[in-house]
Design a protein around this ligand. Structure first.
Ligand code: AMP
Ligand code: GLY
Length: 424
C-alpha cells in the first residue's frame, strides 16, 4: 500500500520511521516532510493545506491511505474534502472531519462535549464582546489565578493564567474587544484553575472502537524547571512513571470510554487520534484539553514504544475495523530531548548547518525543523530542530543516553533543556 503523511515535524518523522518498518507498506510519501523524513520515504513539495495539490499527488502516486499529522489541515477540513470528492472519497484519511476537529479548534465546543458526556473537567463559562461586562463580573466571583482561554486556535499562545484581577479583566477586554488573538479570541472561555501534575493519553479510534497508545508527559517551557515562555514542547518521557494501572483504569472509565461513546451519541464519525491532556490531583483526574492529533514531541516517545505494526492499526482504523486489533508496547521507557534554535520560542535564525548527526549511536534523531540546503547539507529550518529519542530500562537511563548523544551534535545557537523528567 502507498501511504501519504501530511506534515513536516518530529511527529511526522517518528510516524514515517515506524510506518517504513511495516511489511504492509509499498511506498511512503511525506508532504512536505523534512531532511529526516527523506531518509525513510519520498518528500513531496506541497503545502499541507493545499487540498487540490494533495489530491493531485494522491492520484498520481496511487496513495491509498492518508495520515494527517498537524491540526491545521484537519480544522480546515481536509478529511471533508476527501469525502466530498468522487475520486478521493474511498481513500481513508486518519484524522477527524472539520466538525469533530473543533474538539481542538474550539475550547467551548470541547467544554460542551465534556459536560454533555459527564467527562470531568474544570468548571467554566464563555464570553463574547456582547457580554464582556458579565465576564468582568464573573472574574470577580473567582479566586486567583484566573485562566483565560481564546476559543480558537492561537498557535499555542491563547491560554493566559493571571494572578491579578485587574490584569485578568484587562486581558479579557484585550482578547474580546481588541481581538488580541484575532478571530480566535472573539470568544473566551474562563475556567477554574486546576492544580496537580499534567500527563497525556493518546487514543487511536475508528469512531467506535479504539486502542490506547502509550502515555507520555511533555515539558512545555523553554527554561529549566519548566520556567519561562511556552514552546511547542522541549522534551517528553513515556511511560509516565506515576501512572499506575489503577489510575489508567480510572482514566479509561472516566475519560476515554465516555469520549468514544460521546462520539457515537453525538453522531460524530471520528477516525483518527485523540490526544487527551489531563491533570492529576490527589488521585482525581480532569481533562484540560483535547487535541485532534498526536502531540509533538510526545509522538517521538510514544511511537518508538509501540511494538505492533503501526500501519496495520492505521489501516484498521481507516476501514473501521479497529475492534479486531490489539496493541503491544515495548517494556523499555523512552525519552526525547528537543534541540532548538537560539532565540526560540522568540525570533531565531534558520539555515545553520547541523554537525555530528552521523556520530549518534543508540539514539534516534527525529528531525523536526530541518531541511537539506543546495549543497546537500542538513540545516536548521525551524525553532524546534531535532528530537533525540532513546530507550532505557527507566526514563533516567533513557535520558542519559540522549544527553550522551547530544554532546556529539552541534549547530550555531543550539539550545536544549538539561532537566527533562526533573519532576518525576
Ligand atoms: P490548553 O491549551 O488548554 O492545554 O492549556 C495550555 C496549558 O495551560 C496547559 O497545558 C496547562 O498547563 C495550563 N492550563 C490550562 N487550563 C488550566 C486550568 N484550568 N488550570 C490550570 N492550568 C491550566
Ligand atoms: N506537545 C504538546 C502538543 O503537541 O500540543
Amino acid at each position: 500500500m502507498n501511504v501519504l503523511i501530511l506534515g513536516s515535524g518530529g511527529r511526522e518523522h517518528a510516524m514515517a520511521w515506524k510506518i517504513a518498518q511495516s511489511n504492509l507498506l509499498t511506498k511512503l510519501f511525506i508532504a512536505p516532510g523534512n531532511a529526516g523524513t527523506k531518509e525513510v520515504g519520498t518528500n513531496l513539495e506541497i503545502n499541507q493545506t493545499d487540498f487540490e495539490a494533495i489530491k493531485k499527488v494522491v492520484l498520481e502516486n496511487n496513495i491509498k491511505l492518508v495520515i494527517v499529522g498537524p491540526e491545521d489541515p484537519l480544522v480546515k477540513g481536509v478529511h471533508d474534502f476527501f469525502l466530498n470528492d468522487t475520486e478521493l472519497k474511498n481513500i481513508p484519511v486518519i484524522g477527524p472531519q472539520k466538525y469533530a476537529a473543533q474538539l481542538e479548534g474550539s475550547k467551548e465546543f470541547a467544554k460542551e462535549f465534556m459536560v454533555r458526556h459527564n467527562i470531568p473537567t474544570a468548571a467554566y463559562e464563555s464570553f463574547t464582546t456582547e457580554n464582556l461586562e458579565a465576564g468582568h463580573k464573573f472574574l470577580e466571583t473567582l479566586t486567583p489565578p484566573y485562566v483565560l482561554k481564546a476559543d480558537g486556535l492561537a498557535a499555542g499562545k491563547g491560554v493566559l493564567i493571571l494572578n491579578d484581577l485587574q490584569e485578568a479583566k484587562d486581558e479579557l477586554t484585550e482578547m474580546l474587544a481588541n481581538k488580541k488573538f484575532g478571530a480566535a479570541s472573539s470568544k473566551v472561555v474562563i475556567e477554574e484553575f486546576l492544580t496537580g501534575i499534567e500527563l497525556s493519553c493518546f487514543v487511536l479510534t475508528d469512531g467506535k472502537s479504539y486502542v490506547t497508545l502509550p502515555s507520555a508527559k511533555d515539558y512545555k517551557r523553554i527554561g529549566e524547571g519548566d520556567k519561562g515562555l511556552n514552546t511547542g514542547g522541549m522534551g517528553a518521557v513515556s511511560p509516565v512513571p506515576f501512572l499506575t494501572d489503577e489510575l489508567m483504569k480510572k482514566i479509561e472509565n472516566q475519560v476515554i470510554k465516555p469520549t468514544i461513546d460521546g462520539f457515537q451519541k453525538d453522531n460524530i464519525r471520528y477516525v483518527g487520534f485523540v490526544f487527551i491532556g489531563l491533570i492529576l490531583d490527589k488521585g482525581e483526574i480532569k481533562v484540560i484539553e483535547y487535541n485532534c492529533r498526536m502531540g509533538d514531541p510526545e509522538t517521538e516517545v510514544v511511537i518508538p514504544r509501540i511494538e505492533s505494526d503501526f500501519l496495520e492499526l492505521l489501516i484498521a482504523a481507516g476501514n473501521k475495523e479497529l475492534h479486531s486489533k490489539t496493541i503491544e508496547f515495548k517494556k523499555e521507557s523512552a525519552c526525547t530531548v528537543m534541540l532548538v534554535s537560539g532565540g526560540y520560542p522568540e525570533a531565531y535564525e534558520k539555515g545553520k548547518e547541523i554537525l555530528g548527526l552521523n556520530n549518534v549511536e543508540n539514539s534516534i534523531p527525529f528531525h523536526a525543523g530541518t531541511t537539506t540546503n543546495s549543497n546537500g547539507k542538513v540545516v536548521t529550518n525551524g525553532g524546534r530542530v531535532i528530537a533525540i529519542t532513546s530507550y532505557g530500562d527507566n526514563f533516567n537511563e533513557a535520558l542519559k543516553q540522549s544527553y550522551k548523544n547530544i554532546k556529539k551534535i552541534n549547530f550555531e545557537g543550539m539550545n536544549f533543556r538539561t532537566d527533562i523528567g526533573f519532576d518525576l
